[in-house]
Design a protein around this ligand. Structure first.
Ligand code: ADP
Ligand code: MG
Length: 497
């Protein structure tokens, strides 16, 4: 039994600034398995893995690798023992090439001499080929997409002959296709006998790639089992504790809807994307757009927000036609985009600046920003949305995915939108943040806003929507009252056609 575990962590304790962050946490990794580590923000996942990889020194407990106790004094020592970690924040140097990055910390040597660039390129090419990744090793890293940067990080770890690889939220900022490529890579690594710890919030992807799951909550390990034996409900309960799932339950909302539609879409078409779509939203209503990836949902949202120019049809908000983004914003339409990292946030700016960006007019008098008022508002939203940060001055890039998504929400909520469109509002956020976001949306609608939600997670659509519009191949094929939908299956069926 003992020898099937390549890693054994027992009763690990860790204290930061007087706060006990790990409380007798345990974790084991079997040889050649992919083991998911889950839990809400701040549960201690990254910290536990940083203890394993020598980034942090534990307060108490035992770490065994191959049955022998280890006490790494740093990442370099862990790497020499075959343990590597890919961090939430990338460690690549943008101006250097892929090859230089892969071998940066440890230039390849022949005998005692440093290898030249040509040799580094040759070796990088071999490592990348082994990963099935098609990148020219001479490309500067700054020219690569996030997905490819992730691949380079992995290549870098493997070039150091890692046997144990920790991936900390690897898909948090990847696109759909990049995520698929990463899954294939994980399979491949597993096939090559590498044991993997996979930290992620995304249930669906965990069930797709992992063998076992461990859940942490408040610094403790609360659950470990094989995927086959775990249901989503059980995981949610383990992650949230007693408050499990409450926000995921739909209740018919009792506030009155407005009588005049605030958003009217009439015969709207965008060639190649969607055709003759008509619907209307009343104030106070939450309507879900259900459909498969590529069915035209995002394009419909972007057209309403004036980012795309429809080839036919009409959009009206409060009776006024919307022809472009300016019209949409002036009419009180907000969009929380699908790709928040590139569209929703200025990552290098502070929370304050991000929240205030669409609200400058309200806080500016004679071209001077009223900083006190702006900061107060930002603080208010940080509190209301439970954004985990030490203050509004923090740079957005430094926050976790769930908290970044809340900033994008705050930015639009501060504007008090009449119509808010949310495109995959909880993608990549943990379950705690997810239920917070769902609650925020409900409250916004209760206050009279009309909300249009796009989500690939049916559970979430069903938790929020009063009504569902089913989009197939760019056409609105069905409209369902939430009360008619007894189970998720009904919606699955409708969407698949
Ligand atoms: P997770 O990865 O599960 O989201 P972390 O391991 O990053 O959680 O954090 C666990 C707790 O430890 C959090 O409360 C966090 O604020 C705290 N923490 C993490 N790293 C540090 C650090 N370097 N200094 C102080 N506190 C930290
Ligand atoms: Mg973390």
């Amino acid at each position: 039994m003992a020898e099937t575990n390549i890693v054994d962590m027992r009763a690990i304790e860790m204290v930061f600034d007087g706060i006990q962050v790990l409380k007798k946490a345990s974790f084991s990794l079997r040889r050649g398995e992919v083991h998911a580590l889950m839990g809400g923000n701040g549960a201690g996942k990254s910290t536990l893995m940083k203890v394993l990889t020598g980034v942090y020194r534990k307060g108490a407990g035992t770490v065994l690798i191959d049955g022998a106790p280890v006490e790494f004094t740093g990442l370099a020592e862990a790497e020499r023992a075959g343990v590597a970690m890919i961090f939430q924040e990338f460690s690549l140097v943008p101006t250097l090439t892929v090859a230089q990055n892969i071998f940066l910390a440890r230039e390849p040597r022949v005998g005692r001499a440093f290898l030249n660039d040509a040799e580094a390129v040759r070796r990088a090419r071999a490592v990348l080929a082994e990963l099935g990744v098609d990148i020219d090793p001479r490309t500067p890293v700054e020219q690569l997409s996030v997905g490819l940067c992730q691949m380079v990080e992995i290549a870098k770890a493997l070039a150091k002959s890692a046997r144990i690889l920790v991936m900390d939220e690897p898909t948090a900022s990847l696109s759909e296709s990049e995520t698929d490529a990463l899954f294939k890579l994980v399979e491949r690594l597993k096939g090559n006998g590498i044991s993997i710890v996979y930290i992620s919030h995304r249930m669906a992807e965990i069930f797709q790639v992992c063998d076992r799951i461990t859940v942490m909550r408040d610094g403790e390990t609360v659950l470990t089992d094989t995927c086959a034996k775990l249901s989503m409900d059980k995981l949610v309960e383990a992650m949230l504790g007693s408050t499990a799932g409450a926000s995921m339950t739909w209740h018919a909302r009792d506030h009155a809807l407005g009588t005049t539609p605030v958003l009217e879409i009439e015969n709207l078409s965008l060639e190649g994307h969607f055709e003759a779509v008509s619907f209307a939203l009343k104030p106070g209503e939450i309507v879900g757009l259900a459909g498969l990836m590529g069915s035209g949902r995002t394009e419909i949202a972007e057209s309403i927000f004036g980012l795309r120019r429809p080839t036919a049809g009409q959009i009206r908000v409060g009776g006024k036609p919307i022809r472009n983004n300016r019209d949409a914003i002036d009419a009180g339409v907000g969009l929380v985009p699908e790709n928040r990292r590139t569209q929703g946030l200025v990552l290098d700016h502070s929370l304050l600046n991000n929240i205030m960006l669409p609200n400058l007019a309200r806080f500016t008098r004679r071209f001077i920003l009223d900083e006190t008022a702006a900061t107060a508002t930002a603080r208010d939203f940080i509190g209301r949305l439970k954004i985990k940060t030490d203050g509004p001055g923090k740079i957005a890039r430094m926050l976790s995915g769930g908290n970044q998504q809340k900033i994008v929400l705050a930015k639009w909520l501060a504007r008090q939108p009449k119509v808010l469109i949310l495109d995959e509002p909880t993608m990549g956020v943990d379950i705690g943040a997810k239920s917070d976001i769902i609650e925020i949306v409900r409250r916004l609608a209760a206050a009279g806003a009309a909300v249009l939600v796009i989500s690939s997670e049916f559970e979430e659509l069903l938790a929020m929507s009063d009504r569902l519009l089913v989009i197939q191949g760019g056409r609105l094929v069905q409209e369902l009252d939430r009360r008619e939908i007894g189970s998720e299956e009904v919606l699955h069926h409708a969407v698949q056609g």
